[in-house]
Structures are given as C-alpha cells and as structure tokens.
Design a protein around this ligand. Structure first.
Ligand code: X5A
Ligand code: ZN
Length: 690
C-alpha cells in the first residue's frame, strides 16, 4: 500500500479484493454479472498506475448489526448461510425463487465483503482520512430489498452504508446523504429503504421505457417523490428509451440533479455507480462514454467538500466498465483537466422527461421551477448526426423476465428523426419566435422558429425541418374516436397518445406527436357486428383482432368507448393501429396525413371511406357514426372485401387469446358498461359470429 507523500494531493481510497470473485454462477454458466467484471477494472487501473496514486484498502466483512439496519433477520440469515455445505443441494432451487439471482459457495462471503467494503471506505471519507474513494465491489446492491435478493444484488451495500453513517457514526457529522444512482436500472431497493427519510436524498436516473425496462415496476416513475417527511427527497429520472448518452445525462445533471444538490447541501455523496449505461453495454442500450462519466462525477465534486464514494453496481461490458472506472479515478485524483467532447444533442424525449421531473418536484426544490433556458428548448435542440442515420429498422433489445434478450422493433424513428416534434404553429402568436418566458406546455404550443415559418411559406405542403404543416392544421379539429377493441381499456388506448406499453400488451407504442389527454370519454353502442379475425398479432400474440362489420345491422349492437381527440392524434392512432409507424415514421411526417380534413366530409357522406394509403394495414376503412357535440364520430375497421376473405378462409380467423379477452373485458367493466359476466358473454358471442 503506497500512500501519496504530497499532502496537497487528493487522497483517494481504492478498494478491491479477489475474494469477491468467488461469487459466481454455479455450473460455470456464463452470466453478465461475473467475476471478470471487477478483475477487468482492477487490471486496467493497475496497468495505468492508478493504485500507486491511491490509498489502497482491503475488504472487510460487514457486521450483521449494520446490515440489519436495512435487511430483515430472515434475509441476513439466508445470505449468511446460503454458501454453507448444508445448502449445497438446495442452493440452485432457492436462487430460482428470486428474480435474477444465483448463489454458490462464494456468495455469502462476497456479499458480506461488498457491503463491508463500502462501509469501510465511506467511514474513512466521512472522517476526512480520505477525500474520496472507489469501492470495486460485487455482488452489486441497489436492487436488493429489505427481505429479498434481486437483480444480481444480495445486500444493498449503499443503503447499509448510508444507515451506518447516519446511525452508527453520528460524531462524524454526516446528517444529509445524497445517493446518486447512475446505474442504468432503477435502484428500487435503495429507494424503498429511504422513501420516508429526508436524511437521504435518493436520485436515480435509469431506463424506464414506460415501465417495461428492468425491474419493470412503477417504482421507477418520476411520480415517486418520497412520502411523509421524505416527500421531495426521492428523485427519479426515467428515460423513455435507450440510446441516452453523455448529452442526456449532462442535461439532467445541469437541469435537475445539480440545482437540487446545491440546495440540499449534502454532507457526503454516495454514488451507486453502475456502468451499464455505458456505450456497448449488453444490457443497457445506452451510450455514455468514459468522458461522460468523468463529467458527471466532476460536476458532483463541488458538493459535500468533495466527499464522494463510488460503489460499483452493474456494468457488463468489461472494456467499457474498466475504461469508465479509470476515467472516474482520474477525476477523483484531480490530475489533468478533462479532455473530450460531447458528440450529440440530447434526445427530444430527454427534454420532456426533464420537464416532467421538474414539474413534479418544483414545490420541494424552488430551483426547479425556474424555466429551462431557451437554448435548451429550441435553438440547440437538434438531433445528432448519429441518431439521424438510425434507420427505421433499428432494433433495441429488452430483457424479458428470464433475463434473456428479446428483440422488439424500434418505434422511435418518428421521435428521433423529428426532435422538434413539440413545435406547432400557434396562430395567436403567428410569426413570433419563442421567447425565454414562453415555456412550451401541452396547452401552449411553442411557436416555430422564423426559419421554419419562412420555409413553409415557400413550400406550403412540405415537411420542413420536422414541421409538417398538416399537423398544426389538424391539431385544431377534434373528432370522437370510437374504439370497440382493446382500446376500450383506457390505459391501453393512452399508449397510442402518450406512448408506452401496458400490462398484457406486447407492443411498445411511440404515441402521438401531441401527447395531450383526450378531452372527453363517453360510451355508446352502434348497430354493427363485432367480430374477431386473424390468428396472430404482434401486440397480442396468438389471438384475434377485433373488427366492426363495416355495414350496419339493426339487430346487433357493439359497445364503443369514444375518446375526444384531435384529428392529428387520430392520424397518429391510425398509424400505430396499422403498425405502420416503423416503416412510415419518416414519410408520415413528410407527406400528407392519412385522414385529412377534406376526408371527413367524404366519410360523413358515404358512412365509410377506404384509405388507399392504409391498404397494407388491417384498419384501412374509416367508418362514420354521426355526431356527438357537433363533432364527427369515427372509427377504423377492415374492408368488406376482407370480410369475404375471412369468411372464405383465405385470411386466417381466430377468436381472442386469453390476454386479449381479459383486456377487452377489463375495458368494458372498468368503463362501467356491463358486468364481467355480461362482458365475457358479449365477447364470446362476437368471437363466434362473422
Ligand atoms: C445491478 C444490475 C441488473 C439486473 C438485470 C436482471 N442489475 N435482468 O445492473
Ligand atoms: Zn444495472
């Protein structure tokens, strides 16, 4: 152990212990959370001479009484004993009862060492013996709940440490702790442990993907702000998608984390430092570079007198995590100034997420109620070239419950190609450029830049710079969209407006460009036969798709849940319902709407209108059912000729799957139309008719 002689030099603790490598997936199966992770980091630091410039510490097992501040006795007992001989035959089965967990003979010791090591370095930093420290530990901790191992985590190392400092070492003067969790996954365990505790400000930035990204619960939502005395002391920044990188993280640091940290004034900062948001990580799908991590860390060093402890969490690309930790170590050592540059602009969704988070928390943190600077909103808000080049066929991988990878089609091309999508022409302010005191909200659309206006005057029908003129025109007309299938279930339908995915549906929706809520919801019945056809769909797997017979029949009735939305939104629903948003993301923005204002007159007159532009989709036929509040009632279904094909067997036919049935019933029951039994009878009846 070589202590640096220069007293002005920053004292950085560095902890690594080979014993933590003994925790490994049994039977030698490959697993992303494997011993090579910390070995790779250590080797990289050694090869760059980092340990010689740090205070190298050895690991220590945590004492049970410290672990007990966050975990139940039952959980402590399990982790303590799981590696013992008497568990040999049961270990694998017990592990399988948890979510994403394995155990072997080395697990108990590694878990105690990981927790004890984070305590050890943090105590030294709190005391002032060290300025800062990095604990290269595993297993990670932030998913571990009070009574449950989860997500590769056994003990919650960081939470145990925070409690240790607050409760066991009051003399060190640590009264307020900021936990920054930059692992790509939400730190559910840590959040829960301090949810009502204002002494710990928990901040987590993570992929959320509307609740579908691991750990895939609502806990990671920005609505989770803490409770009781802890209200305002829990901050979640939930990314809507992968591909987030340096620019997105730095934007969140500048516009959310740092203003709050400034006002909270923590006594120490514990970083749940996962590096699975790093570029090339196999689980994360984000692209933070080592330079990005170094910036994030540097920006935190101005707080808590630089008392910062980094505890490793996730991170599964050996090279990426090693390079990232190295970059962070250099920052803590305060050697050379940072070199690098941010290559991209933040995603449009990042802007939206930051607005949501700030809105939710501004009563607790007044610094968040000031408007974001204008340049963040518009002038610099351009896609980076890399993102522009993403083809519509790009795919993002998401994990399923078994931890295996499933591939879903990217539905974000619209968003990425048109980052100025929030921009609409506001007639009241026509021609006026946005000013810094004009914050765009759902109700006050941003005015287009002059540039775009002028260009549009020259080419009135063309899509210019992501501003198709038809959108602003159709955003001023409202219609009733009558849904008779799964969209009767409101949360399901809202995905087509807000974007996202709900329980039971396999599809991730991009949403409408205008994400404002429907202006009204009413129920009605119409004299059309409901029926089910097709055998397999992307959204529902095996099972049918609901259609309305295009021709009315006085002897039948179909329930319909009607949403009052703009014609712009109806177009976006049409696009998504026809699964055309992937191929069509770009051309849709550029060309004409699928259903234009003039089409409304035609459909009203003929009661139905077959859209040529939608002939590749299932719902190319627009039906008209009269008016409500002077607004047309429209829906979409198949053509009469397709009905003939279903009848003749030319097109596959099938009733709804169980999931689909449940959602249909749920829509009808939650919409208070009929009882569960009546709903089931209604759907079964439809499923057996043509
Ligand atoms: C610590 C961490 C990820 C768990 C993913 C489980 N856990 N599929 O990154
Ligand atoms: Zn993670």
């Amino acid at each position: 152990m070589a202590a640096p002689e220069d007293p002005h030099r920053r004292r950085v603790g560095l902890l690594y212990d080979e014993r933590m490598c003994r925790h490994a997936n049994p039977e030698g199966e490959i697993h992303p959370e494997n011993p090579d992770r910390i070995r790779a980091i250590w080797q990289k630091l050694e090869s760059k001479g980092i340990p010689q410039r740090c205070v190298v510490l050895s690991a220590k097992e945590a004492e049970d009484k410290y672990i007990a501040s966050v975990h139940t006795q039952r959980h402590i007992k399990l982790i303590k004993n799981i590696s013992s001989k008497k568990f040999n035959s049961r270990r694998v089965r017990i592990a399988s009862e948890f979510n994403s967990i394995y155990f072997n003979e080395g697990s108990s010791e590694a878990a105690y060492l990981a927790a004890g090591s984070v305590i050890e370095v943090s105590e030294k930093v709190a005391k002032g013996d060290l300025d800062s420290a990095i604990a290269i530990v595993r297993p990670p901790g932030h998913h571990a709940e009070s009574d449950e191992a989860m997500g590769f985590c056994l003990f919650n190392n960081v939470a145990i440490t925070a409690n240790f400092l607050l409760n066991e070492r009051p003399e060190l003067g640590i009264r307020k702790i900021l936990i920054v969790d930059w692992d790509v996954h939400h730190g559910n365990g840590t959040q829960n442990m301090f949810y009502k505790d204002p002494r710990v400000l928990f901040f987590s930035v993570h992929r959320f993907d509307f609740g579908s990204f691991y750990p895939a619960s609502d806990d990671g939502s920005y609505c989770m702000i803490g409770e009781g005395l802890g209200a305002g002391y829990n901050i979640n920044v939930p990314w809507e998608q992968g591909q987030c990188g340096d620019a997105d993280y730095v934007a969140v640091w500048d516009h959310v984390l740092l203003p709050v940290a400034e006002s909270y004034n923590p006594d120490i900062i514990l970083i749940s430092a996962g590096f699975d948001a790093a570029v090339d990580d196999p689980l994360g799908g984000c692209c933070v570079t080592p330079y990005g991590y170094s910036l994030m860390l540097k920006k935190l060093m101005g707080f808590a007198q630089g008392k910062i402890v980094m505890a490793l969490e996730g991170g599964y690309n050996l090279k990426s995590i090693a390079d990232s930790v190295l970059a962070c170590a250099k920052v803590l050592l305060e050697e050379d100034p940072l070199v690098g540059s941010i290559k991209a602009q933040p995603l449009e969704s990042t802007w939206r997420v930051m607005q949501e988070v700030r809105q939710e928390l501004k009563t607790f943190w007044p610094a968040l109620s000031v408007e974001l600077p204008q340049k963040v909103l518009v002038s610099n808000w351009r896609p980076c070239p890399v993102e522009l080049n993403l083809s519509a066929s790009s795919e993002s991988t998401m994990e399923n419950d078994e931890g295996a990878s499933i591939t879903i089609c990217a539905t974000n091309s619209v968003e990425i190609i048109e980052p100025l999508s929030k921009l609409n022409i506001d007639e009241d302010n026509h021609g006026k450029a946005i000013t810094s005191d004009h914050i765009p909200t759902e109700k006050s659309p941003v005015v287009l830049s002059e540039e775009c206006h002028n260009a549009q005057a020259l080419m009135p029908d063309k899509n210019v710079d992501g501003c198709p003129r038809w959108r602003s025109v159709l955003s001023k007309t409202e219609v009733w969209y009558g849904s008779y299938g799964s969209n009767m279930w409101k949360p399901g339908f809202l995905c087509y407006i807000k974007g996202g995915k709900v329980e039971g549906v396999n599809e991730l929706c991009p949403g409408s460009r205008d994400k404002s809520s429907p202006k009204g919801v009413i129920w009605k019945t119409v004299p059309h036969q409901l029926f089910f056809a097709r055998s397999l769909t992307r959204a529902w797997g095996k099972g049918g798709v609901a259609f309305l017979h295009p021709e009315s029949n006085k002897n039948v009735k179909a329930y319909m849940c009607m949403y009052r939305i703009t014609l712009e939104q109806f177009n976006d629903v049409l696009l998504q319902e026809n699964s055309l948003h992937q191929e069509n993301g770009k051309s849709q923005g550029a060309g004409a709407p699928l259903l234009d204002l003039s089409d409304i007159g035609v459909v009203a007159e003929n009661k139905s209108l077959l859209l040529e532009s939608l002939k590749a989709g299932w719902y190319s036929n627009i039906l008209y059912f009269g008016e409500e509040d002077n607004l047309p009632i429209l829906t979409m279904t198949c053509s009469c000729s397709e009905i003939d094909q279903f009848r003749s067997g030319e097109l596959p036919v099938s009733g709804p799957s169980n999931d689909y049935m449940n959602t249909l019933v749920r829509g009808l029951v939650e919409g208070k139309q009929i009882t569960r039994e009546e709903a089931i009878a209604y759907i079964n009846d439809a499923a057996t008719s043509r």
